[in-house]
Design a protein around this ligand. Sequence first.
Ligand code: NAD
Length: 449
Amino acid sequence: MKICMIGSGYVGLVSGACFSDFGWDVTCVDKDVAKVESLRAGEVPIYEPGLDELLARNIAAGRLSFTTDVASTVPEADIVFLAVGTPMRRGDGYADLSYVYSAVEEIAPHLRGFTVITTKSTVPVGTSREIERRLRKVNPAADFAVASNPEFLREGSAIQDFTHPDRVLIGCDDERGEAVMRRLYQPLALRNAPIMAVSRESAELAKYAANAFLAMKISFINEIADVCEAVGANVQEVADAVGRDGRIGGKFLHPGPGYGGSCFPKDVSAIIRTAREARAPLSLIEQVQRVNDERKIAMVPRIEAALGGTLDGKSIAVLGVTFKPNTDDMREAPSLTIVPMLQERGAAVRVYDPQGRLHGEEMLPGVTWARDGVDAATDVDAVVILTEWNEFRALDLARLRQVMRGDVMVDLRNIFKGDDAEAAGFRYDSIGRPNAAATGHAAAEEAAE
Ligand code: NAD
């Protein structure tokens, strides 16, 4: 089976590499010439654990190639995937479908033989139907079906997620199209992955509903963490107890500075717009979005309070700026809200992130980039943990404290034990835990007044 993957970003590259590893013949297309050239030269343009090895293996086997040329790839393909970005549209919060539709216009004239055009991009309900209409308009004679096959992989564990999915959704109203899609996923079906054939509308909506639910879980535990601080409970004990209920589940019950990333913020925003337009508003999810926006901002007075009520003239080391560990993705990361606010209030910010510098240099102007955690902490008044990279857990707290000018640590990911941090000489603030109640939330509220 021949596959053409339009868009070679986090999703297109991982999906393309995994499909070629199943044995299919995959050509990844991208309009970014530099990206294609670097892929052809054996360089991986994104950080995703295991991806370099997977790409190298399948390139060497002759099953995976890269091009900028749609015209030579699409006619050969049994399936053309659309894996281009669907960012939040400026101004109104809808999904921006301009990349999807321009890819559709580009492929339409080149369809030959029966072809399944499949969206892997996250797209609002009705997009498959609109793609079909546009393809038909440009190429009325073409023989094709349009399917929705949303992707649920997570950056940082993308290959494992792709090859061991909780489910594969195939939304296709055409029997021939569904048969092609089922054949594509046969290697996963043989490993007992649930392959679910649903309507295109259900597939499209399910992806948004899943992300909205996960975002809700994060906002939920963040608010519970606030209650814990107010009443002296420990959010980790609460989350553990709650999460052991099989109906709830323990994942996504980790409090922090609010969710970010390339998916949750834009997908929450898009499903809210879709639902309003359909006159079935999602008031619960609208509140989730508000809670999260406020959450990120609320971290700043919290840090300010930990530093005695002012940031002016203070020096702060921020450890971790990517939206989560094991990725270089900075899109909508909480750091993009928090760091500029620290700077506006007069703080000098030193940053260390194992992978964040490449994109972060442009997105976080005015910060000083450090070589590692200890370098970042040298001569600062406070260390703030923003992303829970594993290497931060291994930091020698005593050494960290020794190189600092001050003694404050604000751990917004709860990666350390309060006792350990205090034993190393820190005044330690974390989220939703008893030691935080004394120095953290109550004080932060006072400072904000
Ligand atoms: P990305 O920005 O990393 O990659 C998109 C790629 O598409 C870019 O390389 C861009 O140059 C290319 N592109 C755009 N228009 C093109 C065209 N006309 N022809 C060829 N290439 C083109 O985006 P991503 O993170 O991979 O996300 C892609 C889609 O998958 C989005 O809809 C996203 O919501 C969804 N998704 C993302 C994730 C994730 O974790 N990143 C997970 C699940 C779903």
